[in-house]
Design a protein around this ligand. Sequence first.
Ligand code: HEM
Length: 180
Amino acid sequence: MYGIINRAIEDMVTASHGENAWMQIKAASGVQVDYFLSNEPYDDEMTYKLVAASSEVLQIPMSEVLSAFGEWWVLKTGREKYGGLMEAGGKNLQEFLLNLPMFHSRIMLFYPRLNPPEFRIGTITESSIEVHYYSTRKGLHHFVLGLLQGLAKMYHTPVTIQVLSMQSEPETHEIFQVNW
Ligand code: HEM
């Protein structure tokens, strides 16, 4: 994944637990890169190792590290570094979710080697939208939950999220029902 992801993990950990904690995590992960370049792709393995080491060093379950990172990605990285893009995503949560299938195609303009997730919209009711998430990657379920919660917070729209189905073979396909 592009280095911006690993840098955002570093930013989140440093903000909540300090620089020393991040140094310990880097050492425990075995990742040898001193400084991640935002617009350079790195092996996915590095990101997974950094998340696993964060969980181990901070004694927080991996699922919580991933969901906290999902929220951080939307509320901090997205809004602070890509405010215009996030705002263009929709004027409310419902609109943002409906536009989600197109979202990463804009991001590919500045990250051309992106291997993005795919989103599709399923059943829509007056109080819910079904978001289908497809990926070549595995294990990011709680990251997606955190992203969706982050979007709900961004739009000050309290939601509950129901997981309708989870499939990881041959590729990841998960269905999230976002209810408000
Ligand atoms: C301006 C905001 C955003 C930017 C710049 C961005 C950019 C990226 C980048 C660079 C990656 C790593 C993939 C790679 O390097 O190959 C990624 C992955 C991902 N993004 Fe976004 N993204 C943004 C917003 C969102 C939002 C709002 C969602 C969903 C609600 C989302 C869902 C994901 C997921 C689930 C992945 C993990 C990859 C996978 O599942 O295969 N992103 N994004």
